[in-house]
Design a binder for this molecule. Structure first.
Ligand SMILES: Cc1ncc(COP(=O)(O)O)c(C=O)c1O
Length: 361
């Protein structure tokens, strides 16, 4: 028997997503909610665990869509959900583009985008950010892509893209183009571009309950767009993507849990400010952050993060980023990203950082 190749040829260059997820005493590496989840969501989850496990969940999470629609202030037919916003992004890319089409995205941005692009047979077209960390509007237009992905606030830089740039890109979208704006961190910025959907029926705004809502392990993401667009994403997504426990917990988080969520968004913003001050005292200037993390270029980021991990603190290192700014040029494309959580955890991170830096110098 001859040994053939296994799987789609387009998948040969895709490796499994593998950030260092080994458990760590203080984990500030993945921008989840360091305080946990709203107690109302935890209660709803436990109650649902015995009552809802045997039967299939609802096909397209209708009750969750109602709750999300009132949270963001749109009608329920403008909302779709998924198994994390990863699933919503993947399904949208598949719904909007044919294999061989191009998808343009700022570089750096959420690293799953080029992976979802290849999984769906699209050609990834990275467009370097401007030195201000805003999106390069002309570069995006010149990419001539079927799908334009923007992330605001952007991961990993943390800065929101300017409203002017987003409007310019959305306004210039041609009849066969789609724009996806990933607002995974919008709650920490206090701004959204959901209103632009009224002007453009080929704009989809994706959101997640993994960050401000503390439900990363339950995998609940959603998107808002014109009803005609949402219907196409649901075809591509398929039924039963939000499990029954996750749906109940998410609805509770959007109801009785909302006060908890808002309170912890405020705490996150206060601790973000405090961490930036502490870093400035160490002559480190993070990029202005609108998210629940701070990002700063620093040489030898990988080694620093490894040494911090040995001291029980996980942060996210980056190397090989495009040299779009003075800071990233000076660090040769290396940077650290620290998620914002309770202050005791950030204090531990600062202590570990001070120790490993002193050793490197
Ligand atoms: C910008 C951005 N979008 C989407 C996601 C995926 O979130 P989830 O699949 O947990 O909803 C993340 C996760 O870190 C992210 O940073």
């Amino acid at each position: 028997m001859t040994r053939g190749t296994v799987g789609r040829t387009g998948y040969r260059d895709i490796s499994l997503y593998s950030p260092d997820r080994a458990p760590c005493r203080v984990d500030l590496s993945d921008n989840t909610n360091g305080w946990g989840m709203p107690p109302a969501a935890a209660d709803a989850f436990s109650t649902a665990a015995s009552a809802a496990s045997t039967r299939y969940p609802s096909l397209y999470a209708a009750a969750l869509k109602d709750a999300l629609a009132s949270y963001v202030g749109v009608s329920a037919d403008m909302v779709t959900t998924g198994c994390g916003s990863d699933d919503v992004l993947d399904s949208s890319i598949r719904a909007f583009a044919e294999p061989g089409d191009r998808i343009a995205y700022p570089d750096p941005t959420f690293p799953m985008i080029p992976i979802f692009a290849r999984m769906n047979g699209l050609v990834p077209v990275p467009v370097p950010l401007m030195s201000s960390y805003d999106v390069d509007v002309d570069g995006m237009r010149a990419a001539n892509a079927r799908v334009i992905y923007l992330c605001s606030p952007n991961n990993p830089t943390g800065a929101a893209l300017s409203r002017r740039s987003i409007e310019a890109i959305v306004g210039a979208a041609r009849g066969d183009q789609f724009v996806i704006i990933d607002e995974a961190y919008a709650e920490f910025a206090g701004v959204t571009v959901i209103d632009l959907i009224q002007r453009c029926d080929r704009l989809l705004v994706t959101r997640t309950m993994s960050k401000a809502f503390g439900l990363a392990g339950l995998r609940v993401g959603y998107a808002i767009g014109a009803p005609s667009l949402v219907a196409e994403v649901e075809k591509s997504r398929g039924p039963y993507k939000v499990n029954a426990m996750a749906e109940r917990a998410a609805i509770a988080a959007l109801g009785d849990g909302l006060a908890w969520v808002r309170e912890h968004i405020e705490l996150t913003i206060a601790n973000r400010r405090r961490l930036i001050v502490e870093l400035a005292m160490r002559r480190i200037r993070p990029i202005e952050s609108d998210a629940n993390f701070v990002f700063f270029p620093i040489a030898r980021a990988l080694g620093l993060a490894r040494a911090m991990r040995e001291r029980g603190v996980a942060v996210r290192p980056f190397e090989g980023l495009p040299l779009v700014s003075e800071g990233l040029s000076a660090s040769n494309g290396a940077a650290l990203r620290i998620s914002i959580g309770p202050w005791e955890q950030l204090a531990e991170a600062l202590d570990a950082f001070d120790e490993v830096r002193a050793q490197c110098e």
